[in-house]
Design a protein around this ligand. Structure first.
Ligand code: MV4
Length: 501
């Protein structure tokens, strides 16, 4: 087993990885940028090293600096978290070349899934159902016209290097095709340095369901059930749940077996997620969309319904261990729903709202899990994704998970910055959500509907919050000033103190 893992990330996911390291008796080394010197991940890790300026390119995306720290502190593995370098094949290869184990799939698997056209070619060979369309970059407008005519409008233009909706264009008719193709190509060129664009049949208002897979380095691959991820806005997920209210045991098995085929076709190892689009008109029809070659933000809902620790399993797999169970041992039990708490202003088009957290009260109690990356007194920097924490409710069934989240949300109070907490009260109280009538257009429809005022707190709870704020404002000591008591080597200590200056 590894002795020390460097976590090449920040915020809640770095804290999450540190927790599993500690349970496994593995030392954790954090890295941080100038603005993160007092971040929760720095305070939580056994060691912490500054890697540069706030701009991600200078710090969390800087392969050379991260590998230099890994070497210097003697880390034998690196966990990339999500975002940043997590799906960067060059980084995975650089780790291998430096003799540090990358906790994730091989660079080759990441490369295959990084190109959407390449992935479609491989999935075609493996007999995986994917959305009708081309699996090669479009070479001319004539070719685009032919393909679109064959599959029928509306069609979707997508960037081969894309993902997450960038470079994507919905085209309703032949007349609109040329302008859309040119726009998609130049957007893809600007965003990815690669103008390759291909065509798919457009599925309108699909549901977005993903399947968690886990594969060891000895050829064993299992699926851990699906997550319903349709509640999103501008390709940013807001709420996820497991299992999906739409998927029954039979569909789960079919989707799971396809996901395992996808992973095997990519010679995949470690944790991965296979994304599917589900056609609202043919609900038993699902299509392969893409594979995410990392641990995902929403992994806790799968952990709660399977009873597994996905980060622990990632680490064990990277250390060469075999999966400790087979497909038949995996049971989905109960229901879990995650709310992504962002520092953003719901009244100002969900614009990021960084700043100092003046006060923080957090929910707990039966069936509540909070994966947070912040604390009272911490200043949320503007430089990164504004995710503060993930509030996850679970229970024996969906009704109980909803009831627990509805109970927990008013226990959550953040002062100093704006958050999207109010949005979740509204979703949880919504009839369509409660009956599972959700698709990728759900949240836009909800936000377009006139606010009914129910999400405004009553006078009594506002008064209680105000009293609590005043009672603690004086005692908010600077948590960054408290240092670990354990003996540290000179340079480790220097690295941490330097950051606090
Ligand atoms: C689609 C689609 C409809 N038809 N492809 C958006 C992100 C990118 N990874 C894939 N996306 C979509 N691809 C076809 N052929 C609709 C979407 C889509 C979507 C997908 C998943 C989750 C949310 C979404 C929101 C809007 C559009």
């Amino acid at each position: 087993m590894f002795k020390k893992i460097l976590i090449a990330n920040r915020g809640e996911i770095a804290v999450r990885v540190i927790r599993s390291c500690r349970e496994l008796g593995i030392l954790s080394a954090a890295v941080y940028s100038d603005v993160d010197r007092a971040g929760l991940h720095v305070l939580s890790a056994d060691e912490a090293y500054c890697i540069g300026a706030a701009a991600a390119a200078e710090s969390y995306l800087n392969i050379d600096k991260i590998l230099a720290v890994a070497k210097r502190c003697g880390a034998d593995a690196i966990h990339p978290g999500y975002g940043f370098l997590s799906e960067n094949a060059k980084f995975a290869q650089a780790c291998t070349d430096a003799g540090v184990k990358f906790i994730g799939p091989s660079a080759a698997s990441m490369e295959m899934m990084g190109s959407k056209t390449r992935a479609r070619q491989e999935m075609e060979k493996a007999g995986v159902p994917f959305v009708p369309g081309t699996s090669h970059g479009l070479e001319s407008i004539q070719q685009a016209r032919e393909v679109a005519e064959n599959i029928g409008y509306p069609v979707m233009l997508k960037a081969a290097a894309g993902g997450g909706g960038k470079g994507m264009r919905l085209v309703g008719s032949a007349q609109a095709l040329q302008a859309a193709l040119e726009a998609a190509q130049s957007e893809a060129q600007r965003a990815f340095g690669d103008g390759e664009v291909y065509l798919e049949k457009a599925i309108l208002n699909p549901r977005h369901i993903e399947m968690q897979v886990l594969a060891d380095e000895h050829g064993n691959t299992v699926y851990l059930g699906e997550r319903e991820c349709s509640i999103q806005r501008r390709h940013q997920k807001v709420m996820e749940e497991a299992p999906s209210p739409l998927v029954d045991a039979e569909m789960r098995r079919r989707m799971g077996e396809v996901a395992v085929r996808v992973a095997q076709a990519a010679h995949y190892h470690n944790a991965g997620t296979v994304e599917f689009l589900v056609d609202p008109n043919l609900e038993q029809n699902f299509y392969f969309l893409e594979m995410n070659t990392r641990l995902q933000v929403e992994h806790p809902v799968t952990e709660l319904v399977t009873g597994l620790d996905l980060v622990e399993l990632q680490i064990r797999i990277a250390a060469g261990e075999r999966l400790p169970f087979a497909q038949k041992d995996i049971r989905i039990r109960g229901h879990a729903i995650e709310c992504r708490i962002y520092a953003e202003d719901a009244d100002n088009n969900f614009f990021p709202s960084p700043g100092k957290i003046e006060m923080l009260m957090t929910p707990a109690g039966p069936g509540i899990r909070l994966d947070s990356g912040v604390y009272a007194g911490w200043t949320v920097p503007i430089d990164y994704d504004p995710l503060l924490a993930k509030l996850i409710g679970c229970g024996q069934d969906r009704r109980q998970a909803i009831a627990r989240l509805t109970r927990a949300l008013p226990e959550y109070f953040v002062a100093g910055i704006k958050t999207n907490l109010g949005l979740f009260r509204r979703i949880l109280a919504d009839g369509d959500f409660q009956s599972g009538k959700i698709d990728t257009g759900y949240l836009d429809r909800l936000l377009a509907a006139k606010a009914d005022g129910k999400d405004v707190g009553d006078g009594k709870s506002i008064a209680a919050i105000a009293a609590a704020v005043f009672s603690v404002l004086d005692s908010t000591a600077n948590p960054a000033a408290s240092k670990p008591a354990a003996a540290e080597s000179g340079w480790k200590k220097a690295a941490r103190t330097e950051g606090l200056m």
